[in-house]
Design a protein around this ligand. Structure first.
Ligand code: C2E
Ligand code: MG
Ligand code: MG
Ligand code: MG
Length: 273
């Protein structure tokens, strides 16, 4: 009896797994066609300078509308990574975001933050794509901030370090994203020429002594390393006040603005500044 029960549950498990795999395959086939079917859009979320209260940069966030359904990047980015589509999708984002920035007149010198995944950073085409996007749009490299997550260093430390120094040589700025959630050693971080540290929103949103301790320690460390800090996920006036008082340099979150399409970003700017 016990055995039959086990076999039964294994059967159910197999079926669930099978359906999962099928779903992933279907989604992956659609993702492969998303660029040529024009299903991608880039949204932009403001990042605010605490001392001047002005708009400093915007973060490009990819959106995918698949048959009327918005699929979260938290779902399709990892899928793109697994299925080898990330270099091409990443290249598309880089071009789209820099073209948009080059067209905008509302805020001269505005910087663009773009997320770069491991697969994209380590791909052979990466610098060709980057140099091409910068030269065709005539955007100066200091206005481009590339966000990489801490965890990329767990993959191939030496190659990532080499890539990062090639970015520095080009004057592109580097942000370390979701800081505090990865498992990089401080020693490893110290040898990296980062310009910005983005404190993960989990530390901002679960307000506790422990989170504050981690935020304070991160701010101190950033100062030592000569990095600026950005707090992600500010949703309330209280969080805004708290993080500015702690001494964060830049703030980002729904409290200021949600990610918006290019037209809405311009309207938002004109209404607020
Ligand atoms: P991320 O780079 O850490 O981006 C910040 C995420 O937090 C975004 O989610 C943004 O919409 C969300 N967010 C911003 N402010 C708030 C807030 O106040 N409260 C809450 N609850 N959330 C907030 P999104 O757009 O769903 O993107 C999720 C992740 O997907 C990004 O995390 C990034 O890792 C990845 N991603 C998005 N676009 C791209 C892309 O073009 N390339 C790559 N490689 N990854 C991307
Ligand atoms: Mg990011
Ligand atoms: Mg982040
Ligand atoms: Mg994140």
């Amino acid at each position: 009896d016990q055995k039959r029960k086990q076999r039964g549950s294994i059967g159910v498990f197999n079926e669930t797994l099978h359906n999962e795999i099928k779903r992933e395959q279907r989604l992956c086939e659609r993702l492969r066609l998303a660029i040529e079917n024009s299903e991608f859009t880039v949204f932009y979320q403001p990042i605010i300078d605490v001392t001047t209260n002005s708009l400093s940069s915007v973060e490009a966030l990819l959106r995918w509308n698949c048959d009327g359904e918005n699929i979260s990047p938290a779902v399709f980015i990892p899928l793109a990574e697994r299925s080898g589509l990330m270099p091409e999708i990443g290249a598309w984002v880089l071009n789209r975001a820099l073209i948009d920035l080059s067209h905008w007149q509302f805020k001269p010198g505005l910087a663009m933050s773009i997320n770069v995944s491991v697969a994209q950073l380590l791909d052979d085409s990466f610098f060709k794509v980057l140099d091409n996007a910068l030269s065709t749009t005539k955007i100066s490299p200091e206005r481009l901030y590339l966000e990489i997550t801490e965890s990329v260093f767990a993959i191939d430390k030496d190659l990532v370090t080499k890539r990062v120094s090639e970015l520095v040589a080009r004057d592109v700025k580097i942000s370390i994203d979701d800081f505090g959630t990865g498992y990089s050693s401080l020693n490893r971080l110290q040898s990296m020429p980062f310009n910005f540290i983005k404190i993960d929103r989990s530390f901002i949103q679960n307000s506790s002594e422990e989170s504050d301790t981690i935020i304070r320690a991160t701010l101190l460390m950033a100062k030592e390393f000569g990095c600026k800090t950005i707090a992600e996920g500010i949703e309330t006036e209280q969080q805004r006040q708290h993080l500015s008082q702690l001494g964060t340099d830049y703030l980002q979150g729904f409290y200021f603005a949600r990610p918006m399409n290019a037209n809405d970003l311009i309207s938002w700017y004109n209404e607020n500044y």
